[in-house]
Design a binder for this molecule. Structure first.
Ligand code: PAF
Length: 297
């Protein structure tokens, strides 16, 4: 397939290298002025990718959009005039609500949403490290997206395991719940994910999860409080030495994904008239930290 990766950060670079190794024609699109970009994964030699080539956009069968949720609208809008209406748009980012913001704009395109638990780290601009083997779930965002189940084979061949989830909203909400629980607290306390296992965080974590469960139930997402507590605890243990993405964003004075994580939960809670005071407080604290730091991007 002719694939353009929009936003070759850590996750985008991981998929760029893996899809290239699987034999696809992969091109990158980003904010640099260069016409080509070298990328290496783990200990393998560098590959030279075409970069910001309009002809590659025109020929694209698939756009894999891996920019952060808050960048989706600005990154994709200028590209749409060059893309064939048959090209598939596949979005992969933390958080929810970003694709909804451009739903009308992209309604003609087959659109797919993905969530992944692979770990990736950009060690420098030209090198990506695959830090944790995970799983990827794909699901349709619109009716044309439902015709794209073949992407499971394409992606599975490049970086297993990949599955098609007809209830992708369930998977996205579960990932959102994990991010609502871990990201703001680790960002505020500038601590490792594993620190949240300490007893002092238990009441706040339980309150976050209790509010999540109420909103998820109103959104018709099957969820059980004790099960969600266990899931969050498991992720805290499994990623105990990680600095969460929001922890790092606050540390480096970058814009965070809070509007598409806790912010999304709070907006949904308001629509259902559900009180979520703990999450509102965390949202406000992150907003304050964001304002106090100078954004680098
Ligand atoms: O955003 C993150 O950092 C990750 O989604 C997670 C799962 C919280 C692990 O650090």
């Amino acid at each position: 397939m002719n694939i353009v990766i929009v936003g070759p950060g850590a996750v985008g670079s991981l998929w760029a290298c893996k899809l290239h190794q699987a034999g696809h024609s992969v091109s990158l699109w980003g904010t640099q002025t260069s016409q080509q970009w070298k990328l290496a994964i783990d200990d393998l030699p560098e590959t030279v990718f075409a970069y910001n080539q309009q002809q590659d956009l025109i020929n694209a069968d698939l756009l894999l959009v891996t920019v952060k949720a808050w960048q989706v609208k600005a990154a994709l809008t200028p590209l749409l005039r060059d893309i064939s209406k048959d090209a598939i748009l596949l979005f992969m980012h933390n958080g929810m609500g970003a694709v909804d913001e451009i739903a009308e704009l992209i309604s003609a395109y087959p659109t797919v949403i993905a969530t992944t638990t692979h770990g990736a780290l950009k060690t420098c601009a030209h090198h990506v490290k695959h830090t944790g083997v995970g799983q990827t779930q794909l699901g349709a965002y619109n009716s044309k997206g439902e015709q794209c189940t073949f992407l499971v084979d394409v992606f599975n061949h490049a970086l297993p395991s990949v599955s098609w989830n007809p209830d992708i909203q369930h998977a996205l909400w579960n990932k959102l719940a994990i991010n609502c629980a871990i990201n703001p607290l680790t960002a505020i306390h500038q601590c490792l994910n594993g620190t949240l296992a300490e007893e002092r965080f238990r009441p706040t974590l339980n309150a976050i999860i209790g509010e999540l469960v109420a909103v998820m139930k109103s959104e018709q997402i099957p969820v059980e409080q004790n099960q969600l507590i266990t899931t969050v605890n498991n992720v805290i243990q499994a990623t105990s030495t990680n600095k969460s993405s929001m922890h790092q964003d606050i540390f480096y004075h970058r814009q965070t994904e809070i509007d598409f994580i806790t912010g999304y939960l709070v907006r949904k809670a308001q629509q259902h008239n559900i009180n979520v005071p703990t999450n509102i407080e965390l949202y406000k604290q992150i907003k304050l930290l964001e304002q106090n730091g100078k954004h680098h991007d």
